[in-house]
Design a protein around this ligand. Structure first.
Ligand SMILES: [Fe+2]
Length: 358
């Protein structure tokens, strides 16, 4: 029975990964890039990446400029990359796997697809709570899952926690995406960890009761719906807000102008914050280059590019935020051990199912 739940959890996690960034940035070149395993170990590093942002390519180009190591990227959905890694087995050319959400990184580790890395640079650059306890994966960027509100209809003093969203006053007014999405699964996993299973279930049921509509679309779609007057509060990741504020599309800029940001749970355990991250693949043929690349991505220089070009939070203090994220102000982040999000994923999926959160 327990095994069955775990399997269901894994399947759901894969499904969630498939939809995690749906509706986000463009997803060109999916799976079309070629990797090269014929070059010498000093000259190449092969990356499998679920991230699909121009900022990442900018960073790979800079890495090549500084080290002479060519970066080959295969870009695809996380579940496809996982299947490919498993199929390729020991003959896989993949050196580095990059993906979003600690729950996903946990799953990849559980499947035995990463290897432990002994790097003083990474141990120094990545705070302990943002990396695997056995050094198999490392956080490279952070994103907070915040509450936003329509400034015309809501005063920020009206709510301060995720739990407040379940109060009767928000009935028919809460916008949030599907529970198939890993961002919500990880948020619920964090609530299970902090508040216990029973309260977490009450929370999920309370959100379902207060939904403005059946969950649909990605985080950006919740912002657009909110600005259009459908619902009054929503739950979204911060980088989408930063991207909309700086978007070339007028509709996104206009929608952003209508909303305010609340960092939930500041008087409690802090706002739910997740990462994107990377690890060295189990059969990496260019391991030294793989470690060098991840070290570079954790450097001050790379962290600045993630912040400016992709509106993500740096992984450690003392580094600048983008102007948009700076305008939201400082906040207390939940610093729970992120492996917990992976460990509790199956339970979170089960709760969503029980409360019929689509
Ligand atoms: Fe995303």
């Amino acid at each position: 029975m327990k095994k069955q739940v775990l399997l269901v959890g894994y399947f759901s996690l894969l499904l969630a990964l498939l939809v995690a960034c749906k509706g986000g940035a463009n997803q060109s070149n999916e799976g079309t890039a070629q990797v090269d395993s014929t070059q010498t170990a000093e000259k190449v590093v092969n990356v499998y990446s679920h991230r699909h942002y121009p900022a990442d390519q900018q960073l790979y180009d800079e890495f090549t400029k500084q080290t002479g190591i060519k970066v080959n990227v295969v870009q695809a959905k996380a579940a496809e990359l996982l299947a490919r890694l498993e199929q390729e087995g020991a003959s896989s050319p993949a050196d580095v796997l990059v993906t979003v959400d600690a729950g996903a990184l946990y799953l990849i580790k559980q499947k035995g697809l990463f290897q432990a890395i002994n790097s003083e640079t990474l141990n120094q650059n990545v705070p302990a709570y943002l990396r695997d306890t056995e050094n198999q994966w490392f956080g490279l960027t952070q994103r907070a899952r915040v509450i936003i509100y329509n400034k015309d209809k809501v005063k920020p003093s009206q709510l301060s926690t995720y739990e407040d969203l379940t109060k009767a006053q928000w009935k028919g007014k809460v916008l949030i995406r599907s529970s198939e999405n890993i961002y919500n699964q990880s948020l619920l996993a964090a609530i299970i960890h902090h508040e216990g299973a029973e309260k977490a279930k009450q929370w999920a049921a309370g959100i379902v009761k207060n939904m403005a509509r059946e969950p649909k679309g990605g985080d950006k779609d919740q912002v657009l719906a909110l600005a259009a007057g459908e619902g009054e509060v929503a739950v979204v990741n911060t980088y989408y807000l930063g991207q909309m504020a700086n978007s070339k599309e007028e509709a996104e800029q206009k929608a952003f102008a209508k909303i305010g940001v609340i960092f939930p749970n500041q008087a409690k355990y802090g706002t739910h914050t997740n990462i994107s991250g990377a690890g060295v693949c189990k059969y990496s043929p260019n391991k030294d280059n793989a470690v060098k690349l991840i070290e570079f991505l954790s450097s001050n220089q790379a962290q600045k590019v993630y912040a400016e070009a992709n509106q993500e939070y740096p992984i450690r203090g003392g580094l600048p935020y983008s102007a948009t994220l700076e305008s939201f102000g400082k906040f207390k982040a939940d610093t729970l051990d992120l492996s917990i999000l992976g460990k509790l994923n199956a339970e979170a999926v089960k709760v969503f199912d029980e409360v019929k959160w689509k």
